[in-house]
Design a binder for this molecule. Structure first.
Ligand SMILES: [Zn+2]
Length: 239
């Protein structure tokens, strides 16, 4: 029975390791999703900024062609000025020229303002693109780390599973069932040491008779309080 007890202790260690590996593994998708979200938000902001700049460039091109059309109109009006016959006609064309010049002037001013805004936005965009490259590098490194962590956890799980299979085939089926049942009811801990007269699972005192029996006996004994399987811990009990 002693070898069954030590087998159970080893199996429980594996179970606990598997539990902690799985707990760790469960946090990884959330961490990856949070990273993805931050990265996408940064990328979207940059896209919006690019679109904003492109909108200004488009407006700039439109104003440039409006100005060109205005300049054409001005040139034609000036040509007509050379062919006029009456003073009235001459005055009318002069007024038209003045109106066109005013309109062109407004467009020119707008183009200058646009030019400044485009320049500012280009500088800002370049800075943000540079910042984002650093964010991207950091994101990719962290994402890689998560993948590596996942691979390493999976590897460790495989290893523990193989060790478990190796050990469990030597465990008596009845004892295995009992172990699984207590494990399910006692939060994963089914076998605990009896140390200095107490159960290390629930910290209750073990009746002296049971304690003595544990020392001598070669049978499976359980804590009367928490029902976990008890084993005599030689090192802790000074033997
Ligand atoms: Zn107990």
């Amino acid at each position: 029975m002693k070898d069954q007890i030590s087998l159970l202790i080893d199996i429980q260690k594996i179970d606990q390791e598997v539990r902690s590996l799985n707990t760790k593994k469960q946090t990884l998708p959330d961490r990856a999703a949070a990273l993805d979200q931050t990265f996408r938000a940064g990328r979207d902001r940059l896209e919006e900024e690019r679109a904003g700049l492109e909108g200004l460039n488009k407006l700039h091109r439109e104003r440039e062609s409006e100005l060109k059309a205005g300049q054409d109109r001005l040139r034609k009006a000036r040509e007509r000025l050379l062919e006029v016959k009456t003073n009235k006609e001459y005055q009318a064309i002069l007024t038209e020229i003045e109106t066109i010049e005013q309109a062109n002037g407004r467009i020119e001013e707008e183009i200058l303002v646009l030019y400044d805004r485009i320049d500012e936005r280009k500088v800002a965009l370049r800075a943000h693109e540079k910042e984002f490259e650093a964010i991207r590098a950091d994101y990719e490194a962290q994402r890689r780390k998560i993948d590596e962590e996942l691979a390493s956890i999976d590897g460790a799980l495989q290893e523990q599973k193989a060790r478990f299979e190796d050990l469990v085939k030597n465990l008596e089926p009845d004892l295995r069932r009992r172990y699984e049942m207590i494990k399910a009811r006692r939060n994963g801990i089914a076998i605990v040491a009896a140390r200095r007269g107490t159960c290390s699972g629930c910290n209750m005192n073990i009746p002296p008779q049971l304690y003595n029996e544990l020392q001598r006996s070669d049978q499976i004994l359980c804590c009367p309080n928490c029902n976990r399987i008890l084993y005599w811990d030689d090192s802790a009990n000074g033997q």
